[in-house]
Design a protein around this ligand. Structure first.
Ligand SMILES: Cc1cc2nc3c(=O)[nH]c(=O)nc-3n(C[C@H](O)[C@H](O)[C@H](O)COP(=O)(O)OP(=O)(O)OC[C@H]3O[C@@H](n4cnc5c(N)ncnc54)[C@H](O)[C@@H]3O)c2cc1C
Ligand code: FES
Length: 321
């Protein structure tokens, strides 16, 4: 069972904000206020796609103080397994959807003297709400935002107008403008915190550079919009539920578990929060760990699996579920 309480919302607006990026505005069906959240939080959007129930996490990008509506922005992923394609092609104005309560796994550190955000592409979304919050609080921040070209990048104009060019720096791949990571990270006051969200390669490069320049680990924060690769079909025995299920090529174990009517806990559905950690009782094959939560020794032990993203290369797995 998810520890979330779900809420029914109506799609109040849909806007194409960049090539392949749509913004969705959700209002509560019963008109009551939505819960306050903090910048960096995400919700999980449930999508009924025929027989399939998809659940994808999306960062909230509206003002954390606005309880009348939540806004998310969704990139239409080229090789989508269904979720982002469903949001782009099937969700219409006035439709009803179910969303989870907001959860924040990527908050800013309130002790930070200054906050540096580095975003790549759609990784801009959590920072939009964070900057709104920091701006209201009078805190120091700056954004370094890399986009493929000016048509693909969402919100850069609005952000520059709102916060000024001294705080919002845009880098455009097509114009050969890249984030000068080393120069930025080499010249910061003590107590500065760094936040990165974007493609995995970018996150690894920025965090690696910060570490090599001596930044303390506790000042480094990142969020990955993890999209692990599909794999082979395999069986999963759910020992406590006394069921054996089939996990499809384009399905996570968590999705197959839910489709079988078994409740399993989750928060991020992206391999980061630890909520869906499940004990492995036996495995006929190799576990393909795609999460960033388990310690390397846990992964090697083969006794734990994060069922939202990891899967099995082999015939079957037996789980304590
Ligand atoms: C915390 C968080 C915040 C996010 N915020 C945003 C945002 O603001 N905007 C945005 O555009 N995207 C965001 N994402 C990414 C988003 O949730 C989706 O991954 C993205 O929209 C692509 O989804 P898709 O279904 O189209 O395609 P895919 O990425 O191809 O598929 C994702 C689906 O694959 C399933 N899956 C997971 N692991 C496996 C596996 N090993 N094998 C088979 N299937 C698997 C998942 O259950 C999920 O439903 C966020 C992700 C996270 C974790
Ligand atoms: S739900 Fe967060 S790691 Fe699986």
């Amino acid at each position: 069972m998810s520890i979330n309480t779900e809420m029914n919302v109506r799609v109040a607006a849909i806007d194409q904000v960049a090539e392949k990026v749509k913004r969705f505005r959700f209002e509560r069906v019963d008109g009551s206020p939505l819960p306050v959240f903090s910048g960096g939080a995400h919700i999980v959007v449930a999508m009924r796609d025929g027989d399939i129930l998809r659940r994808n996490p999306y960062s909230l990008m509206s003002s954390p103080h606005d309880q009348t509506a939540y806004e998310i922005s969704v990139l239409r992923v080229e090789q989508s397994r269904g979720g982002s394609a469903f949001m782009h092609e099937h969700v219409k104005l006035g439709d009803q959807l179910t969303i989870s309560q907001p959860v924040n796994l990527f908050p800013h550190d309130v002790r930070g003297r200054k906050h540096i955000f580095m975003a790549g592409g759609i990784g801009i979304t959590p920072f939009i709400a964070m900057m709104d919050q920091l701006h209201r609080d009078g805190s120091q921040f700056e954004l370094h935002y890399a986009v493929r070209d000016r048509n693909h990048g969402a919100y850069w104009r609005e952000l520059s107008e709102r916060y000024g060019n001294h705080r919002i720096k845009i880098y455009v791949d097509a114009e050969k403008l890249f984030i000068p990571t080393e120069a930025i990270l080499s010249n910061q006051v003590l107590g500065t915190h760094l936040y990165v969200c974007g493609p995995s390669g970018m996150i690894d490069a920025v965090l690696g550079k910060a570490t090599s320049l001596g930044w303390p680990k506790q000042n480094l924060h990142s969020e990955r919009f993890l999209a692990p690769p599909p794999g082979h079909v395999f069986k999963a025995e759910l020992k406590r539920s006394n069921k054996t299920i089939t996990v499809g090529t384009h399905q996570s174990i968590l999705e197959a578990v839910e489709a079988a009517g078994v409740d399993a806990p989750y928060l991020c559905r992206g391999g980061a929060c630890g909520q869906c950690e499940t004990s492995v009782l036996a495995c006929d094959g190799t576990i393909e760990h795609h999460d960033i939560y388990l310690e390397p020794e846990d992964k090697i032990s083969g006794k734990k699996i994060m069922i939202c993203v990891s899967r099995v290369k082999g015939q079957a797995i037996s789980l304590d579920l």
